[in-house]
Every structure is written in C-alpha cells, then in structure tokens.
Design a protein around this ligand. Structure first.
Ligand code: PLP
Length: 364
C-alpha cells in the first residue's frame, strides 16, 4: 500500500491536511524573494492567531519540536538558574535534560506517568525559580497538565510551556493565560510534515533573555531586532539562516485551513472525535490509561489487554488495514497503545475505521 494512503494514528506525523501537501508541492521560491517573505509574514500572523497572542516574537523555528524546546531554554537559562520542571512523562524528562545542559539547577516535581501534575506542587517547589516549565499535552501518556493553573500562580517566574501536541488540538491561550514562552511542532494537530517548531515569546521573557546563548543557531537575538518590535509591533527581519521555504509554505497553508475552519471549531472537532474514540474503546471493554478529566482527545492511551501481543496487533493493523497506532513510550512500552486522533485525522470516518479494525483484529 502506498504510504500516503496509510492512516497514521500514532503520535508521529498525522496525515497532513490536503492544503499542507499542496503547499509542500508548490514551486520553490528563493528564501529572500519578496513573495516568500510575504508568505513568511503571513505565517507568523497565522501563528499569532493560533497561539492567541500578540507577541511580535512569534515564528516557525527551523527544526522539529525539540528545536523549539532548545530555543526556549538556551535563550533563557544559564548556569545556576533555578528551573522548576514538572515531570510526568518522557517530554518533561527531556526538559530536565535540556535545562541541565544549560547549567540550570533543576528542581523536578514528579507525578507518576499516566497522572496529571499537581499545579500547587509545581508552584510550591521553590521560593523564587527563574522559570517554571511544563508540558501541556504529554504525548507519552495522553495526559493534559493544567498550564493555566500554573500560569495563575507563577509570580515573578517565567512560565515555559511545551505545546507540541496541544496547539490547534485543545485550547491554548498564550496571552489570556500569561504564558511567557511556548513552542510546538508542525506534525501533530496542525497536520504538517515534521520540520518546524512554531514558537512564541513575550516581552517579559525577551527582556530577561541571556545576552549570548551558547547556541548560535537558536539565539533569538540573532534572528531579528525584537527589542524594537516589542515597542512597535513590527518585526524588523534580517538574514540569519536560509529559511526552509517548502516547509514554511506548507505550514502557511495548513494554518490557513485551521483558521478557515475556525480555531474553536477545530478544538471542538478534536474533542468530539477523540471522545468518540475513547467511548468506543471503552465499549469494547478496553481500559483507558489517563484519568477522566485529564484525557487528551487528540492522543488516547489505552491499556493492552492481558495476553494480547502488542507488536503483532500493531503490525496487522498497519499491514492489513493501513492504520498505524503508536506503541507505549518509556516505562509504558508493551503496556499501552497511544492512538492519535489529531489534525486532519480527527474525523468520524477515521474513528469508525480504527474501532472496527481493532475489534476485528482483537477478536481473531
Ligand atoms: N514535546 C512533546 C510533548 C512531544 O510530543 C514531542 C514529540 O513528539 C516533542 C516535544 C519533541 O518534538 P520533535 O520530535 O518534533 O522534536
């Protein structure tokens, strides 16, 4: 089966929106061509709408979601800075690693994998951290953490949020919640191929950035004169590196599709189809892993029934039905499946097909 016909329901790339695929296939423009710069400017405007922010420093960082994570930390964290990190999955662990490599004194606040973080434990972990960091949608467990509650109590600290799996899937409100810096990835609910990290940073964070981060490539001060932009709202761009023009065109097109549908309608579509998937799995007698109230509609974790061979079910779904579901990550490997219902795939026909195929394969 041609790979493009497969339904990718794992936490990897969701099937791109048709518009995103068309965007990738357009004739290439030079990275300094005024026509490309217009697309780039519009892409940043569209990102501001999807992030719900007026931050001038809002752009697609070249690189995957992890580049967004690195950009957030290297620009804000230096030796000895206290960084509180909420950890209840693989990506909270990764934040600790990245912060430690910047020389931070990392204060971890753990919750068991599969459970949400307790916002008061995160806020009470240190008297005066410079940064509090947490993952909004933990892709490794299917759990939503309450970024808004942590934002309300952050005090003088900067709040850093990983929104790789949440942006354009569930409500994210950078300015309304008071998030200082956030990043995402194109391959999740936005429905574009992997390769860019939508990024936004507000004025408080910009004013506290490190003067010379150890990464040249991710030094946001090199990308544009955002000090002037923070006052004027206009971005003064200068050459820094060659923009990945095809990826930007694809992101531009997919964000256009999201905004044409309406951000709230897109959230509602994820909610309705994710919940239908979860209800259907429970009706089949399967047990969901994440607790009710904290389940991500776009990423469902379900316990693998006793006696069922994890790999062979996933293999049959892929080879016979063209459906890919994700294996468990880290400690949950072999214990749960992670089923994406995100981006273009968050539709009733996808949910019905997966439920029917899984019931058939489990019943063999
Ligand atoms: N953060 C979260 C929550 C993720 O799900 C991922 C990837 O799945 C990342 C960070 C890292 O993103 P990438 O794999 O695109 O570098």
């Amino acid at each position: 089966m041609p790979i493009v016909e497969r339904l990718l329901l794992g936490p990897g790339p969701s099937n791109p929106y048709p518009e995103a695929t068309e965007g990738l296939a357009r004739p290439l423009l030079g990275h300094l061509d005024p026509a490309f710069l217009r697309i780039l400017d519009e892409t940043c405007d569209r990102l501001r709408a999807v992030w719900r922010t007026d931050n001038p420093l809002t752009l697609p960082v070249s690189g995957t979601g992890s580049a967004g994570m690195e950009a957030a930390f290297v620009n804000l964290v230096g030796p000895g800075d206290v960084v509180v990190v909420g950890v209840n999955g693989l990506f909270g662990e990764r934040m600790c690693d990245v912060a430690a490599r910047c020389g931070a004194e990392v204060v971890r606040v753990d919750a068991p994998w599969g459970q949400p973080l307790d916002p008061s434990a995160v806020l009470g972990a240190h008297r005066s951290p410079s940064i509090i960091a947490l993952v909004h949608a933990e892709t490794s467990t299917g759990v939503r953490n309450d970024v808004h509650a942590v934002a309300r109590g952050k005090g003088d600290a900067l709040l850093l949020a990983d929104c790789v799996t949440s942006l354009a899937g569930i409500p994210v409100d950078i300015d309304g919640w008071g998030v200082d810096v956030a990043y995402s990835g194109t391959q999740k609910c936005i429905g574009v191929a992997p390769g860019l990290a939508p990024f936004t940073m507000g004025r408080r964070a910009w004013e506290r950035r490190r003067p010379k981060p150890q990464s040249w490539y991710l030094d946001l001060g090199m990308i544009g004169d955002y000090t002037a932009s923070m006052a004027s709202g206009q971005v003064a761009r200068k050459y820094h590196h060659t923009a990945p023009v095809a990826m930007v065109a694809s992101l531009h097109a997919a964000l256009g599709a999201v905004l044409d549908e309406g951000l709230e309608a897109v959230w509602a579509r994820h909610e309705a189809n994710g919940r239908a998937l979860q209800d259907g799995l429970e009706k089949m007698g399967l047990e969901l892993w994440a607790p009710a109230g904290y389940r991500l509609p776009q990423l469902t974790t379900v316990k693998i029934p006793d006696g069922v061979d994890d790999a062979s079910i996933r293999r049959v779904l892929l080879l016979e039905y063209g459906i890919e579901i994700g294996a468990g990550a880290g400690a949950s490997a072999g214990k749960v499946w992670r089923i994406g219902c995100m981006g273009h795939n968050a539709r009733p026909q996808t949910v019905s097909l997966l439920l029917a195929a899984l019931a058939e394969v489990l019943g063999r």
